[in-house]
Design a protein around this ligand. Structure first.
Ligand code: B3K
Ligand code: ZN
Length: 885
């Protein structure tokens, strides 16, 4: 048990490594109750480092069996081992170090390092898991060439994989065999991977732009062989897209993906051996929803894109995590936009950003895209580093324009190929290639918190001018009280009665007008600025932050009529959707106030008219219609409420339900005819138009079942008759939410009965139940945890039940009696002993204790209870202590 408080690491303390490891040879002897890892490292002192510099290798939970330096066994007393390192006080300038360590993969429940998932061995090393495999300089700026031999029982583990190319295989005595892999590209230890198992494979190939053949393989358990086609297709499309869009060609002759069931996150970009959570790679119409298909496509692409943005050019240190993650999320979002609908993808991403990232930025864990300090880096794989980081890259793209941005990324890859670099290097390449000064823009990397932009407009009819005043401020965040203005690209237009108006800024000559003179990107970079548009011949409604051009909170005093105008005919799809959400938010808040005051809810007919108009607008993509008629989520509403005060979870839930009922009943005929028109029993296709059709059809089904028992019958029929998981789950969900107890329990039981053999379906079944806003939700969740289908060691199950309850069932997690909070605290305490990363992640909802009306004390008390537990992992310790600070 650790006594001292875990140490904080600071970016300002970064020092380049004193030693390099040029070659790394590893030999793994895998057995059922232990593994022996022999590491032979060619180490050299960095030029300029003092000869007296000790060599300190990272190492955790390793049992050293032997150690040799240049062939000579080192005796005890010539080195020092503690719980995190192996230190050699005096070493030559160049030498070979050989260690043999014993580890226990079968007992490794942290799923970090080398561990067992069901029947296979696999690894997860990012960020600092390699030190649980062998003694090493486990930091991303130490890059080495790896040769790896894996030896195991041939019958149990016929497939033996590591990074790079397979250079030898051997049959050994006692039914064992081995395979040796060599990766010609130097890489940091976090990209190392190993897999040993009895796996089946789906094979394909890809011809790169220069004509090289690459073998593509997806390894899965034999039962999942029929669920690999979509991932394989997505991989080939990603490879082509990266060549065409970013000029990036794949660099080896082999690219492997392995699916594992027990995985802490979605997937991992290990060089040429990506390891995936089964939930992010397997897809079949019967087990996977449309959202699941899209997730597989985007995660396969994301991990593949890392081959350049992350692997060929990697991070100098973990403070630079967003260098690879923000950039790669931007790249995968662009890919998905090109594969499907750009606006739909944007709306989905912005919803996540505004619901989760804005909340993170406003809470105790707020940190800049490039954090200054951390205790446990695993806690910083956040929506800020990923999603806000991607927004920062997107803003550079907007400010430079597509062509200069591409020149910048070409320069970045060419200049830094094979290096471990910083966010600053990325920005510099963008500046050098474009000539655009990004000096002040850099604040986005160092300043935490979501900027608040307030805009107001004045129309002068006589002068025919429209003056837009834009002010910005960023609220203080923990440890950062003084904020500077940031550079905000504000994409905008002006909407008149008959459409978007031509734009001319004061002082501009008419010939500076661009081809699309109804759209502009204004650069807002000081505390307050005015933009005067001339020649404006009618009072416009401003269309602001088009495409969500910057990750800010925008406040403009729109009237409901203004919003209606934007919804019905602005040129920007994102603004149309956003206006529909703003209108819904206003109406829900009205209803909440009415319910609070004890009056009957009175839903503004303007909302109903506007939803009716959206449904009737056949020029809109059905997926857009589905998103525009879907009310903002309870977590988003709570985030908005806590921005200006505190959230009343029950009030939000009741008001949102009541507005939904009003829309359901006022427009029941429209929902009926939509459903009738869109419902289909044709064979499933995961194509854009089909996904769009299903999304709108199922939105209609939701309203129909909220409105009447006939609607529930329709949902029940859809559940039973569906030929795909999207429609089946939508039917089941509608029955579970709006049906009576008998219908609900029968349908849920039927689903388990039919699908208990498909783990990924069972996870969705668990999650649906954990999120039901029923009075007995907590005891249902406890019963699910006692169910045979549940397993506390499997992160997917934990997320599906405990995670979904705590973050997707607000009324029950925030029960008045505090039982939801107690439950989460107890689970986190248990999980912390098994899997600290998962434990720490689950804590998220409790950290927001300041946001909730009448609940804060109870939530804080649970955090205090956790803080008092001795032997907390650094992961949980960091989150708890920051939350209480
Ligand atoms: N790079 C990995 C995430 C690793 C998380 C480690 N705790 C997956 C990704 O972002 O592509
Ligand atoms: Zn990533």
């Amino acid at each position: 048990m650790r006594e001292a408080q875990p140490a904080t690491i600071y970016l300002k303390d970064y020092e380049p490594p004193a030693y390099r490891i040029e070659q790394t040879q590893l030999h793994f002897a895998l057995h059922e109750d232990y593994a022996l890892v022999t590491a032979t490292l060619s180490i050299a002192r960095t030029a300029g480092a003092p000869e007296t510099q000790a060599l300190v290798l990272h190492g955790q939970a390793l049992k050293l069996e032997s150690i040799q330096l240049d062939g000579n066994t080192l005796g005890e007393g010539t080195y020092v081992i503690d719980e995190a390192s192996l230190t050699l006080e005096a070493v030559p300038g160049e030498f070979e170090l050989r260690t043999v360590v014993r580890i226990e993969p079968q007992n490794n429940t942290s799923l970090e390092g080398l561990y067992k998932s069901r029947t296979m061995f696999c690894t997860q090393c990012e960020a600092e898991g390699f030190r649980k495999i062998t003694y090493f300089l486990d930091r991303p700026d130490v890059m080495s060439i790896y040769t790896v031999t894996v030896e195991a029982d041939a019958a149990r583990y016929p497939v033996l994989l590591s990074n790079g190319n397979c250079v030898a295989t051997e049959a050994l005595a006692s039914g064992r065999h081995s395979a040796t892999w060599h990766d010609p590209f130097p890489k940091p230890a976090y990209l190392f991977a190993l897999v040993a198992g009895d796996l089946s494979v789906v094979e394909d190939s890809f011809t790169t732009c220069s004509g090289r053949e690459v073998d593509l393989k997806i390894f899965v358990e034999p039962k999942d062989l029929d669920k690999c086609d979509h991932a394989m297709d997505s991989l080939k499309r990603s490879m082509r897209w990266d060549e065409e869009t970013f000029g990036r060609e794949y660099d080896l002759d082999i690219f492997n993906i392995v699916a594992v069931d027990d995985f802490n996150m979605g997937a991992m970009e290990n060089k040429s051996l990506n390891i995936f959570n089964t939930s992010c790679v397997l897809a079949s119409p019967d087990t996977t929803t449309d959202a699941g298909y899209q997730r597989v496509e985007s995660i396969v692409a994301h991990e593949y894109f890392h081959n350049w943005s992350g692997n060929r050019v990697t991070c100098r240190d973990w403070f630079q995590l967003s260098l690879k993650e923000g950039f790669t999320v931007f790249r995968d979002a662009e890919f998905s936009s090109d594969m499907g609908s750009r606006t739909v993808k944007r709306v989905e991403d912005v919803t996540v950003l505004r619901t989760s990232q804005f909340a993170e930025d406003a809470g105790p864990m707020a940190h800049p895209v490039r954090p200054d300090s951390f205790i446990e880096i695993s806690n910083f794989y956040t929506v800020t580093v990923y999603e806000k980081g991607a927004e920062v890259v997107r803003m550079i793209h907007t400010l430079l324009g597509a062509e200069s941005f591409r020149r910048g990324s070409d320069l970045y890859f060419q200049r830094h190929d094979g290096q471990a670099v910083t966010c600053e290097d990325f920005v510099l390449a963008m500046e050098d290639a474009s000539g655009v000064d990004l000096g002040l823009f850099r604040r986005w990397y160092s300043q935490a918190g979501t900027p608040e932009v307030s805009a107001s407009g004045v129309y002068d009819e006589e002068a025919q001018t429209y003056t837009l005043t834009v002010a910005q401020r960023t609220p203080p965040t923990p440890g950062q009280t003084d904020k500077q203005p940031v550079v905000i690209p504000l994409a905008m237009g002006l909407l008149g009665d008959a459409g978007n108006l031509p734009l001319r800024l004061e002082g501009e000559l008419p010939d500076t007008e661009t081809s699309d003179n109804t759209h502009r990107v204004l650069t807002v970079d000081s505390a307050e600025q005015r933009f005067v548009f001339t020649g404006v011949n009618e009072a416009p409604v401003p269309s602001l932050l088009r495409g969500f051009s910057a990750p800010v909170r925008l406040d403009y005093p729109y009237t409901r009529k203004d919003l209606q105008a934007l919804i019905s005919h602005d040129a920007d799809g994102f603004v149309r959707w956003d206006a529909s959400q703003q209108l819904a938010v206003q109406v829900i808040m009205d209803v909440q106030a009415q319910l609070d005051a004890g009056s009957e809810p009175d839903v503004d007919p303007l909302l109903i008219d506007s939803v009716a108009a959206v449904i009737a607008d056949t020029s809109l993509d059905p997926a857009m219609v589905a998103m525009m008629v879907t009310l903002p989520g309870e977590n988003y509403l709570a985030e908005l409420a806590s921005h200006t005060g505190q959230a009343d979870v029950d009030g939000i839930h009741a008001a949102r339900d009541s507005v939904r009922e009003a829309l359901a009943s006022a427009l029941s005929e429209q929902w009926q005819s939509l459903f009738g028109r869109l419902h289909s029993v044709e064979p499933y296709q995961a194509s854009g138009p089909e996904i769009a059709r299903r999304s709108l059809c199922n939105a209609a089904l939701g309203y129909l079942s909220a409105d009447s028992v006939d609607g529930v019958e329709l949902a029940l029929a859809q559940y039973h008759g569906a030929n795909n998981m999207t429609d089946r789950l939508a039917g089941l969900q509608a029955v579970a939410y709006f049906g009576n107890d008998v219908q609900r329990d029968a349908a849920l039981a039927d689903c388990f009965d039919k699908w208990h053999h498909e783990a990924l379906v069972v996870n969705q079944w668990l999650q649906l139940q954990a999120m039901l806003p029923l009075e007995d939700a907590l005891s249902r969740v406890q019963a699910l945890m006692a169910h045979d289908a549940f397993d506390l060691r499997n992160p997917n199950k934990v997320r599906a039940v405990i995670g979904a309850f705590a973050s997707g069932n607000p009324v029950n997690f925030h029960r008045r009696d505090g039982a939801g909070y107690r439950f989460l605290r107890e689970q986190v305490a248990v999980l912390d002993g098994m899997n600290p990363q998962i434990a720490s992640r689950l804590l998220g909802p409790l950290t927001k204790w300041r946001n909730y009306q009448g609940r804060g004390d109870m939530m804080r008390a649970e955090l205090e209870e956790l803080a008092a537990v001795s032997g907390l992992s650094p992961d949980v310790f960091e989150v708890v202590s920051r939350s209480l600070a």
